[in-house]
Structures are given as C-alpha cells and as structure tokens.
Design a binder for this molecule. Structure first.
Ligand SMILES: Cc1cc2nc3c(=O)[nH]c(=O)nc-3n(C[C@H](O)[C@H](O)[C@H](O)COP(=O)(O)O)c2cc1C
Length: 203
C-alpha cells in the first residue's frame, strides 16, 4: 500500500474479543498485512479462548493469523495498559475490533478501560480516528442498543457481523470475505475481494 507512514497511515490497531467469529479476525488480519499494513494486535483473555475454540490456536500466532506475514503483526499483552497502543501518541489509521463483544462495547460506551482493547478503543475515539466495531451477538438487549448508540455518537462505526446474501455465497469463506471486505472498505484499505454489489442487467 502506497503511504508515507508518517501519520500512521500504514498502521491499524486490531482488537480481538471473546465473541464468536475468530475467522473474521484472521481474514481481516490476512488482508491488512497483504496490503502491507502493520497490524498492532491485542486479544482479550476470552478472545484467546475463542481463537482456540474456533481456530485451534493455542497462542496468539502472528504467522497463523496473517497467512504467513507475521512480520507485519505486533502482538501486545491485553493486560499491559502501558503498551504503545494505549497512548494517543501512537499514530494509526484507526482501530478495528473484530469480533467485538457486548461486554467490550459496554465498557467503551462507559469510558471504562480495564483491558488494552478497551483502552486503545477509547483512545481512538478521543483522537477522532476511525473506530470500527464489528459486533457479534444476537438478539440485542436494550442495554446493547444504548451502548452502541453511545459509541456511535462518539464517532465509532458499529458494523454487525451480518453478511449479505446478494452475492450468492457458497462457502463459509465467502461469508467471511463479504464481511472482511466491508471492514477493509471502512478503513480505506484496498483489497481484491469481489464483495461489492453491482446491479445485474435484467433481460
Ligand atoms: C464460546 C463463547 C462464545 C461467546 N460468544 C459471544 C458473542 O458472540 N458475543 C458476545 O457479546 N459475547 C460472547 N461471549 C461472552 C463473552 O466472551 C464474555 O462476555 C466476556 O466477558 C467478554 O470479554 P471481553 O469483552 O473482554 O472479550 C462468548 C463466550 C464464550 C465462552
């Protein structure tokens, strides 16, 4: 990706939390690193469990999460609230939380920063950088909706992991790609996935 990097354009902060959908996180990281974007990654304690449950990953493995481009991935300890990404001085293109739990959304909505994912997200909002929250839960409670509304009002983009079917997906990978492409579009990171709708010509 052609960027100077001077304003952090070649860096994206990624948070993985303990919601179902680890496949989405892996695909997003693959695509970001394929675009030569540095991924600065933190995973909550339950997020690590989900990486194991859904991807058999016994540790946060930069190579396995990036299709072999682990050199582009820096992993931070989610308990380390003094890590670089906890500070607004760490310039970045923005942050994506994928998948995002209701728990983490609630914390961000309340300005609570008990994990590095939460702190980095609150800092991203404070610095007025894009914060993409790829939430996964259904159904939603009134509290979930209020928390999302607060995050939205503070500038976050709430993006439910909710793939469309108009491109006629045939595999789970197609569904994952649909969402991953949409998430990269929100960060203005280029990708080659055919995930955008084009009107069909009717006979
Ligand atoms: C197998 C499993 C799947 C879960 N899936 C979700 C989910 O899809 N969405 C959600 O909001 N919470 C989900 N949870 C609950 C969260 O992991 C829990 O609220 C936890 O406190 C979130 O912590 P975190 O936000 O720090 O990752 C799941 C938990 C487990 C064990």
């Amino acid at each position: 990706m052609a960027t100077t990097g001077e304003m952090g354009d070649n860096r994206v902060v990624v948070g993985i939390t303990g919601a179902s959908g680890a496949l989405y996180a892996r695909r997003v990281i693959e695509l970001l690193t394929a675009a030569d974007v540095e991924v600065h990654l933190t995973v909550t304690a339950i997020g690590r469990r989900l990486l194991f449950d859904e991807l058999d990953m016994t540790r946060v493995d930069p190579d396995a999460l990036s299709g072999g481009r682990g050199a582009f991935v820096t992993v931070y300890n989610d308990n380390d609230l003094g890590a670089a990404i906890a500070s607004g001085s760490f310039l970045s293109r923005g942050m994506i939380i994928v998948p995002a739990t209701g728990n983490t959304v609630g914390a961000i909505a309340a300005g609570i920063t008990n994990t590095l994912v939460q702190r980095a997200a609150v800092v991203t909002l404070k610095e007025r950088r894009p914060l993409i929250i790829a939430h996964r839960e259904t159904p939603l409670s009134h509290i979930d909706l209020l928390n999302m509304q607060r995050c939205d009002a503070a500038g976050a983009i709430i993006t439910p992991l909710n793939p469309g079917f108009y491109l006629r997906p045939r595999t789970i990978d197609d569904l994952v790609d649909f969402m991953a492409g949409k998430l990269l579009d929100l960060l203005h990171v280029p990708h080659d996935l055919q995930t955008r709708w084009e009107e069909k010509v009717r006979e």
